[in-house]
Design a protein around this ligand. Structure first.
Ligand code: CUA
Length: 306
């Protein structure tokens, strides 16, 4: 019933989970059965029957105190040692910065690469994530690795894991963070150490050799713009890109502005400066994420969506 266990500490976590579940089940079953049996066995059979007074039974009371005490001590010490392992990353862990924004995950690697909604990690090597939020509280959760931790504004939190097999796992946001909370999904790609090194090497270029409008299409996909902006005219959390180029945009403050290069650029870098009428000011800022060439490519792509 549990998701596949794909990290070094997942097995230990599951074992404790199973221990607590199975022992709870055994006790619920045996206590309930005993209760029902006693209720039937010692039921009142006639009106003149008198129940003898029993004040206490030392042996019985010690037994039902000591057994739960031992079980609680086992669960505590087991939980404590596993928890300590989970919050203490090995000193040689590979570090990746994670930024949560409404509603996407950004991953920054040591060599300056950034990936959005895709976390790439090597297998069989501890990875430490140093996480923060740019807006509200999010929570980083990978069921397959059995790791979950809140991602907070103005404070760093961290998790670590060591993936044991290559493949893909889903990352969820598990703290309700607004309209598109349930779309705040990402994927962990676990590579062999060599493939990971290759990925780091080559991923830096986001299609620089493509024609601008094609590069723009790739960037719009990579940067999770499509979570909120459609390209087919439908209205999601944000306005559609289709037919937007050159149109007059009514703003929340009652002004109108032309949908041109300046408007797109400003809206990417500082989304809340001019908010489209009828939409919430919820877009994350891409200043520091997209550079000028990339913004130009996105502009070229939007121009093609008429
Ligand atoms: Cu981010 Cu829910």
């Amino acid at each position: 019933m549990l998701p596949p266990a794909k990290s070094t500490l997942a097995g230990e976590t599951d074992a404790l989970f199973t221990f607590i579940n199975v022992s709870s089940f055994i006790f619920i079953l045996s206590i309930t059965t005993a209760m029902l049996y006693f209720a039937w066995r010692f039921r009142r059979k006639s009106d003149d029957e008198v129940t003898p007074v029993i004040s206490h039974n030392n042996l019985l009371e010690i037994t039902w105190s000591v057994i739960p005490l031992i079980l609680v001590i086992i669960v505590f010490s087991w939980g404590y040692t596993t928890y300590m392992k989970k919050i203490s990353p090995p000193s040689d862990a590979y570090e990746i910065r994670v930024v949560g924004k409404s509603w996407l995950w950004e991953f920054h690697y040591a060599n300056g690469n950034v990936s959005i909604n895709e976390l790439h990690v090597p297998a069989d090597r501890p990875v430490k994530l140093v996480m923060s939020s740019e807006d509200v509280i999010h929570s980083f959760y990978v069921p397959d690795f059995r790791v979950k931790k809140d991602v907070l504004p103005n404070r760093y939190s961290s998790v670590w894991f060591e993936a044991t097999e290559e493949g893909e796992s889903t990352i969820y946001c598990t703290e309700y963070c607004g309209t598109a909370h349930s779309d705040m999904l990402a994927t962990v790609f676990v590579h062999s150490q060599d493939d990971f090194a290759d990925w780091l090497e080559t991923s830096g270029d986001s299609g620089e050799d493509l024609p601008p409008e094609e590069r723009g299409e790739v960037l719009v996909e990579q940067n999770a713009c499509l979570t909120c902006h459609s390209t087919d005219g439908s209205s999601l959390t944000g306005p559609t890109f289709q037919g937007s180029w050159g149109s007059e945009v009514s703003l929340e403050n009652g002004e109108t502005v032309e949908f041109d290069e300046n408007y797109v650029r400003e809206s990417i870098l500082e989304p809340n400066a001019k908010v489209h009428e009828g939409y919430q000011p919820v877009m994350p800022a891409y200043a520091g994420t997209l550079d000028d060439r990339e913004i130009d490519a996105i502009i070229e792509y939007i121009k093609t969506l008429d």
